[in-house]
Design a protein around this ligand. Structure first.
Ligand code: ZN
Length: 196
């Protein structure tokens, strides 16, 4: 799937909505993302996994994903590339491999993330894998929200980032929100989905 097809799928399932929304942070935004509207459909997740694997055509042995959000995509990407699928989870605030997951020092690893905003979780998995002596060949993401605060080589992720779709997302404090100023009412993404 190319970027336009993927964006169509994300939009038609309500995984990406354009409008006027209040984020959990309290800021207002012109975009709302609920990735599980697509990831709850295994055949779509499978196709995204194939596309994610295609972003890095070189061989890799392991796909590593930050739990919980990226576990489904990590599995689908590993399935498409015949790699192992492992995930890291937070223990006392630290990304850690539990459940006996091991990565050997010579192995090549693709980190898979669902939505990259600051890239913090993906960066932690890159660092974790690198500390184990393995090589991270890149970070493959479903959606890059293009956070302008991200900076440095590879956007500060520690490995090359490639995303299936990149969307510029704007957000504002409510007092500075141009959508509020234009009188556009706030929308509840849940109700729009039910109304469809
Ligand atoms: Zn607003």
């Amino acid at each position: 799937m190319n970027a336009t097809e993927i964006l169509d799928v994300l939009s038609s399932h309500g995984a990406v909505m354009r409008g006027h929304f209040e984020l959990s942070s309290g800021r207002h935004s012109d975009l709302f993302v609920q990735k599980f509207r697509v990831l709850e459909r295994p055949r779509l997740a499978q196709r995204f996994g194939e596309s994610l694997a295609g972003l890095f055509p070189q061989d890799f042995d392991v796909v590593a994903a930050p739990a919980v959000g990226a576990v489904v995509l990590g599995f689908a990407t590993a399935l498409a590339s015949d790699a192992r699928s492992v995930f890291a989870e937070r223990v006392d605030g630290e990304m850690t491999f539990r459940r006996g997951f091991e990565i050997a020092p010579h192995e090549k690893v693709l980190v898979v993330e669902d939505v990259i905003t600051t890239g913090g979780s993906a960066r932690e998995v890159v660092d974790l894998v690198t500390r184990m002596g393995a090589e991270v060949i890149g970070v493959a993401a479903l959606l890059d929200r293009g956070d302008p605060a991200r900076s440095g080589p590879h956007g500060g992720l520690g490995a090359p980032l490639r995303a299936l779709v990149t969307l510029e997302v704007k957000s504002w404090e409510p007092s500075e929100c141009p959508l509020c100023a234009a009188g556009q009412p706030l929308e509840d993404p849940g109700s729009r989905r039910i109304a469809r």
